[in-house]
Design a protein around this ligand. Structure first.
Ligand code: DMJ
Length: 632
């Protein structure tokens, strides 16, 4: 804009410093308002409008005039102070313009959640459904025993067996506690005899440390915990000892694989690289075994890893733990953070170690809470179309989200719900964790129901117009009108999520088109049902179970499928052991009436759904091993 134009607009820039010669500036050198131009036209126009309004105003009756004045007076008051005024009733007064810190936000008493609708008396409907799951288990296990045993897994289309996990009959060992739960005594007995026959320590070949720990080691320990059969404890000890060479790295972080007979180790992810899931998902098993056997070595190896993870987490701004570490230096490698593949169960074990040791190992609980903060602030996103809450991974510096949401990450709602249920948290933090659990579990459920098969993809690619969730949540929290309008449910949490069958209207595309019989979504439903008592989690679990029956059942067992969003998905020749160990177990637990045997405060499920009991370190163990415990 030129200075000439400015003069026309009533801002005589060129004459600003010249004093009273300029008609635009009065004798005191004060720049008049644009309304006072030399011709006076605008001034007159303004008074003209005012006069008309004035006359019209006085044409109303006095009462109407009073109401208009009151209404006009309220508008600016509400506009400028409305939110704060409402806030005054809820928050202690603060000076104007005061910025509320996160801690104060957390303490600010928002409305409590509605009371859970507790499960009613035993119902025939759910007993029948639990029986349907048991029948599915029997069908799968009979097929496995008939055509695959003692190989690891059943090939459900070609009636064969495959050895992906050492050839020790992983489906049997992984399924032992499910058989125990379901009362399948004969199958259980045959399975235990198989464990007793297997010579874990003499196996000459590399076994994968992580899978062997969570499936075999966890499976045998939990069968021992239920049965008290000392032979099973011996086998767990034999296996635990056979895996110990995995920790013979410079840092104490485990190698990918170990040969039980020779003690040789093997790498997998790259030279000197270990992933977070491997280093952080053996503590429940080894600590429980250390407690049972009194062998300090088992405990020390775990504590070394935990200390390393804690130090690393404490100096990172994200409050998360890196996905990759160096086995030599014990230091993180790269800038990748995730709760999905390669990382997931390490976060799970932070909370679960604390719970399993009767809430005495405070350090792991602190690590868990710190990690939840990191997850909330860095990894939670919300989609644009349906406002779906999801968790993704980040990489780079500054970090960038991938917007990928994995089925594997659907364990996270269950973990947040478990933490909210079992930890002594301030009411609002508990509520926040429960909201996150509900929002994420809704999304997991929708990714199933959106598909033509009603079975969820292994990976989803959300659109890049998704936004970080936490800033939106904070904004919502501070606005009482937004909270009221949403029925006190934050963004990303709705009671009735909307299924979207039309591909073009979805918030994501399927990145992988397979459903691999995975458990994470129904696992979270089980925990959410136990924590909230809301029947909808059972109903949703049953929706998924029916889809499993319709789409994956074969003559000999159950099969993973591909083409989940097609009219005719294709069955694949694979029935992973976790389908029996986890998916069917969690479904059964979700539907069966609970007599308290699997109370979430008494029994802690390892990442392969093997229930291990809460225990107390003995006074001797605490003293001799210097276990840093706080009283429960
Ligand atoms: C299971 O083997 C375990 O739950 C593991 O921690 C990751 N997920 C698989 C099944 O999806």
């Amino acid at each position: 804009m030129s200075s000439a134009e400015h003069v026309e607009e009533g801002y005589p820039l060129a004459s600003l410093h010249t004093g009273g010669d300029n008609p635009g500036i009065d004798g005191n050198g004060i720049l008049p308002s644009p309304a006072h131009d030399s011709a006076g036209r605008r001034t007159r126009r303004r008074f003209g409008t005012f006069n008309k309004l004035h006359v019209r105003f006085y044409s109303f009756r006095p009462l109407i005039r009073l109401l208009i004045i009151v209404a006009l007076g309220l508008v600016p008051i509400y506009y400028f102070f409305g939110v704060e005024l409402q806030g005054l009733f809820r928050r202690p007064p603060r000076p104007p313009g005061y910025k509320w810190s996160d801690e104060e936000d957390a303490e600010w008493p928002i409305l409590p959640p509605p009371p859970p609708t507790h499960p009613g008396p035993p119902s025939e409907k759910w007993e029948r459904r639990a029986q349907e799951v048991k029948d599915a288990f029997i069908h799968a296990y009979r097929g496995y025993e008939a055509y695959a045993f003692p190989a690891d897994e059943l090939l459900p289309l070609t009636r064969g067996g495959a050895n992906y996990f050492n050839g020790w009959g992983v489906t049997t060992v992984d399924s032992l506690d499910t058989m125990w739960m379901m009362g399948l005594k004969n199958e259980y007995q045959r399975g235990v005899e198989h464990v007793e026959r297997t010579q874990y320590g003499k196996h000459d070949g590399t076994v994968p440390f992580f899978e062997t720990s969570i499936r075999y080691f966890g499976g045998i320990l939990s069968a021992y915990a239920k049965s008290n059969n000392s032979l099973l404890l011996q086998k767990a000890d034999e296996l635990g000892a056979a895996l110990l060479p995995a920790f013979d790295s410079n840092s104490g972080l485990p190698f990918w694989g170990v040969n039980p007979k020779t003690g040789n180790t093997e790498e997998h992810w790259g030279p000197e690289i270990v992933i977070l899931a491997e280093m952080g998902s053996c503590q429940m098993e080894y600590k429980y075994l250390a407690h049972l056997t009194g062998k300090r070595e088992y405990f020390d190896k775990m504590e070394k890893i935990m200390n390393l993870m804690r130090v690393h987490q404490s100096y990172l701004a994200t409050d998360l733990i890196s996905v990759f570490f160096s086995t030599t230096r014990g230091m993180p490698v790269g800038t990748h953070f995730s709760v999905g593949a390669l990382a997931d169960s390490a976060y799970e074990y932070l909370l679960k170690q604390y719970l399993m040791t009767n809430k005495t190992e405070k350090k792991t609980m602190e690590m868990y809470l710190r990690a939840t903060k990191g997850i909330i602030e860095n990894l939670l996103y919300i989609s644009y179309e349906r406002q779906l809450l999801f968790v993704t991974d980040i990489d780079g510096y500054p970090s960038q989200p991938s917007y990928i949401f994995e089925h594997l990450s659907c364990f996270l709602p269950g973990l947040f719900a478990l933490g909210a249920h079992t930890l002594s948290l301030p009411a609002t933090q508990k509520q926040l964790h429960l909201w996150i659990a509900e929002g994420l579990a809704n999304t997991c459920y929708l990714t199933y129901m959106d598909q033509r098969s009603s079975l969820g993809p292994d990976e989803m690619q959300f659109w890049m117009n998704s936004e970080k969730w936490y800033p939106k949540y904070k904004k919502w929290l501070k606005s009482s009108s937004a909270r009221r309008a949403s029925g006190n449910l934050p963004p990303g949490v709705v009671k009735e999520p909307r299924v979207e069958k039309q591909l073009s209207r979805r918030d994501y595309s399927n990145r992988k088109h397979t459903y691999l019989l995975r458990p994470e979504t129904v696992e979270s439903f089980f925990i959410l049902y136990r924590v909230t008592g809301e029947e909808k989690w059972r109903d949703r679990g049953y929706d998924i179970f029916r889809a499993i029956q319709d789409m994956t059942k074969t003559e000999f067992g159950y099969a993973s499928i591909m083409g989940i969003d097609t009219a005719q998905p294709t069955q694949m020749d694979s029935m992973p052991s976790y389908f029996l160990a986890e998916t069917l177990k969690y479904l059964w637990l979700l539907f069966a009436e609970d007599d308290g045997e699997y109370d979430l405060n008494q029994v802690i499920f390892n990442t392969e759904a093997h229930p291990l009991p809460v225990f107390n370190w003995t006074a001797q163990q605490i003293k001799d091993w210097r276990i840093p415990v706080a009283s429960a």
